[in-house]
Design a protein around this ligand. Sequence first.
Ligand code: FAD
Length: 450
Amino acid sequence: MTHQDLSIIQLIAQASLIVQLVMLLLMFLSLASWTVIFGKFFGLGRVRGLNEEFEREFWSGRNLHDLYHLASDNPRKGGPMERIFASGMREFLKLRERRVDAEITVVSPRNELVYLPSLIWLPSGEKTGADLRIPLAGFFERMRVRWHPGSVQQVLDGGRRVVTDTGELANDVLVIATGGRYLRKLPGIEHALIPCEGIASAEAIRDRLATMEGGTIAIGFASNPKEPGAVRGGPMFEFLFGIDTLLRRQGRRDKFRLVFFNPSKEPGQRLGPSAVQKMLARMRALGIETHLGHKPVRFEAGKVVTEGGEIPADLILFMPGLTGPAWLDDSELPRSEGGFIAADAQCRARGMDHVYVAGDIGSYPGPDWMAKQAHQADLQAEAVAKNIAAGLRGEPADHGFKTELACIVDSLDGGLLVYRSESRTFTSPNSRLLHWLKRRFEDRYLKVYR
Ligand SMILES: Cc1cc2nc3c(=O)[nH]c(=O)nc-3n(C[C@H](O)[C@H](O)[C@H](O)COP(=O)(O)OP(=O)(O)OC[C@H]3O[C@@H](n4cnc5c(N)ncnc54)[C@H](O)[C@@H]3O)c2cc1C
């Protein structure tokens, strides 16, 4: 130890406590700075090494999908360049999933969409038929979809040939979504109006109500005995409650008898037990009579005849069960008991290649409460789109769909929210807010097509 070293130590030892503390702090800061400097130096070296290693792999001609899987399997181990590549590739794959490079042709008699759920507001005049018809020419143009005006009459050659009344079309992938058909088997069905059939029927109810001065209105629905899920009950509750509200608004409810009839003692079970109880309680509260547990046998002018007696009626609104469209009879497609296209859990027509089914026309595996609803049709359509995209990329088409029932049972001045999934069943109390929510939903839903 030199004389000078000694003097530095002596100087420190003889310094005041404050000076010693400041020197200690300076020493600590100096150590911390050197630690950071060395850390960065080695860190940057490691990063440079990882980047160089990734660049070598990238330019070696290795498959990009393999590289992506490696990068996303070990996100912490990779360098920055590898992580940037992984997130770019992820976005690219997402985009590619949505936009497959294929020509799309839609076959339909008209290039317009009729928004069926709002038919319930035609009898009261809250909506007109014109409000519910959405022209699709602009939408088709934006989505680069070719429209083939015509009606499908047959599907042949394992799905590859579609015969329409305006010519034949060949395809590599076929999606069938032409909806269901109402069973018109009950004798005298011509004496009943089928409100769900479309704008003309719902407007006919409006016109009949306007000319009636009083009397009995009988409203009911039934299902397809061979496929009990093929039923459209929710909208019939809506027509019933809507007509009740309308007559009250007009101050003439007391001149009418409203009778709800159904073959089941618990109508609308698919909506869940609490929804049925709430709707029956609401009928009692509104003075709506019920005729339940008796199968309708026939309709006659002025009456509904059921196995349990007759209901005299000046106006009959009846929703029969659903079945598949008549054109299926001449096609080579698998059929379910109830006359729909038999599909699997991935919405593929059973036993056929590249033939998909979405919406009311299909019969799918799942719980017995699976509804023929637009919401369910949307979930199926999403699975179909994903499966087609996967198929075009040569990947397995194994996307399924969630079974979910969601609707607002509207009554013109309020509504009940009904929700059902594999894990939950829920019915809200009646609320005015839900009526407005249903109206807002229509605007939002149709925005994409307008
Ligand atoms: C009054 C009412 C209220 C409803 N309320 C609700 C609700 O609140 N929530 C809900 O989720 N669902 C509701 N639904 C049910 C919903 O509307 C249907 O489940 C849904 O429309 C089914 O869609 P889809 O595409 O399968 O059939 P559809 O909507 O019937 O569409 C079928 C399409 O195929 C076309 N087409 C028919 N035959 C041919 C052919 N041979 N060739 C070419 N094209 C053809 C038709 O022109 C139509 O455009 C309601 C239905 C009604 C009637």
